[in-house]
Design a protein around this ligand. Sequence first.
Ligand SMILES: [Zn+2]
Length: 332
Amino acid sequence: MKLGDVRRIHSALAHTLLNVWPICPLAQQVVQSELEGWSLRSRDTADKYLRLIIGRLRSGGVEQSVSDVLGGVQNELQSIDGYLNSMFDMTVARVRDCYQSWADWTVPTVRLEVSAARNPIYPDHASFGELGAVACVPPRKGTDPAVVKLTFVPSLLGPPSWASVPYLLCHELVCHANQAAPMDSEDPFAEGWMDLVAKRLHDHWIEEIFPWAPALARDAANRLYYLIEQRWPRMPEPHMTTRAARKVGRVAATWVEKKLQPFQDVQEPVPALVRLSLQLNRASPTFAGRVAFIGKVNNAGISDHELQAKLLAELRRWLEGHSSADNILSFE
Ligand SMILES: [Zn+2]
């Protein structure tokens, strides 16, 4: 079996178990140990390997509802790449519409590239079936198509990892595919502020993007959302630095979100923070400018009352249609 085959088998198993996963702790343990041990079976055919996993689950005494759905894994194997494409196409369409409605969209086309990796990518300790998926958008030139690279780690690819794919896609497409500034993993605006916006949109769209188990997808996204701002002693770089930047950016977005809330027009299809952020992501072309903006917002929110009054006045003008994202970026 090639690594790519294992990725597809584990995805199909994860997809099949989506709805029964939360109710069978025993299945969670058995699945995790099978996922981890896949390399011992690398000489098997895909078919034999899949039968072995199903057999282990059934003989392990899992809940009847788990046993009942296992017969469907083989069929899901045929559909699994179709599911990925459907999640991707739907997310691209939603994000593009949103940018086109409230800011602008400059990306000619966006492609999905799926691959598999042997080693864990997150430095954290994973719960059963978690942290088996990661995504990025490599820098692109001019009119090149944007590429979203989705990488699965088969040894961790259980239902929670599979259900976290929509959040990963929302992050890459909302934060990065259309951003005006060059990519930088320490950008607190792209990785923190816009990530909060991506999460809000994810929660809004999830029934459509992940119709198979939206509640599990929400839960998986929540867990990942909080995990990727956690830091602990001796955490390896770049995570120590990138997570700090993410946290600082999220604090700024949260403060502005709270200030905009009272002015929320219920008729508007998306919250004011989302509209403003899409414009800011297009209007801020440099990493240094983004760092400075987040710094100013956080100072305004915490200690500098004069600066706070200026930011609030500028936000008010923006809400009334008398100010632009450029003015908000340069408030001081
Ligand atoms: Zn990112």
